[in-house]
Design a protein around this ligand. Sequence first.
Ligand SMILES: NC(=O)c1ccc[n+]([C@@H]2O[C@H](COP(=O)([O-])OP(=O)(O)OC[C@H]3O[C@@H](n4cnc5c(N)ncnc54)[C@H](OP(=O)(O)O)[C@@H]3O)[C@@H](O)[C@H]2O)c1
Length: 277
Amino acid sequence: MILITGASGTVGREVVKALSAGGTRIRAGYRTRPQNLPTGIDGVALDYDRPETIRPALAGVETLFLLSNTVAPEASVVDEARKAGVKRIVKLSVMNADKEQYTFAKWHRASEKHIESSGLGWTFLRPTGFMQNVINYMAGTIRGQGAIYSSVGDVGIAAIDARDIGAVAARVLTSAGHEGKAYELTGPTALTYDQVAEVLTRVLGKPVRYVRITPDQYKQAAVGAGTPEAYADALVDLERHYARGGSSVVSPAVKQLTGRDPIPFEQFARDNAAAWR
Ligand SMILES: NC(=O)c1ccc[n+]([C@@H]2O[C@H](COP(=O)([O-])OP(=O)(O)OC[C@H]3O[C@@H](n4cnc5c(N)ncnc54)[C@H](OP(=O)(O)O)[C@@H]3O)[C@@H](O)[C@H]2O)c1
């Protein structure tokens, strides 16, 4: 049995879809959105802030796909997984976590280290920024103002479609040879936000422009949208990492692991155009 945590979110949903397309038996952990699970999936309520939900979710599980927003709760899930007889963990991490050059990398590396010392088998998936961020965090201003706001400037990000992470995760979760490995995952090209805006303009048939703001303006906007301050600081730090070119390099891993090229942003935009209209 494979337990997919965060199965109702951006990545987890794609992992569930990719695994169920292959007929693998899975259990899908959600916190508040069971409606996001595909029909017919064995769902389990799992909230890291309610420890009593963790053990039942892990019962009979051999392989754990571990995902969390704030990363800190992962340590206690790993400890419970070991006690429950889980053999292997595939953890969703971030690009270049081992270099610890930005806050999210530091958070994720601490969790990776905890997993490495747990005695369980492990594989780390380290994706760059998700293309889905352009929906999840930017759709409002794209729809309302035809604008994308970010402090990154004129530097490319090799963003990845979460569908590719789902495909990679499904491969890693269901085949041998991935133990002790960390895979850096990117899309096929690094695009600047000007280039992202150009693609959206073409796909949506209406002007979309990129507006460069300062890191401080970016933080204020995040806090204003309800993001806790410490998390907003981590986002600003990530933008600085992007601006240094920290996610501009393209990795061959998606093709190596799935046998097909990663999805280009233009395809992602066409498939999701309704989200910005
Ligand atoms: N966004 C990026 O560009 C990016 C890039 C690289 C790595 N990452 C990493 O990706 C992870 C986030 O993945 P995502 O975008 O798929 O997340 P997401 O869309 O925000 O979904 C979060 C998932 O976790 C569940 N969840 C939230 N709080 C929980 C809790 N306390 N206990 C148990 N489950 C909980 C949610 O359940 P409900 O929805 O049912 O409440 C949902 O299924 C983070 O670790 C982040 O650092 C993100």
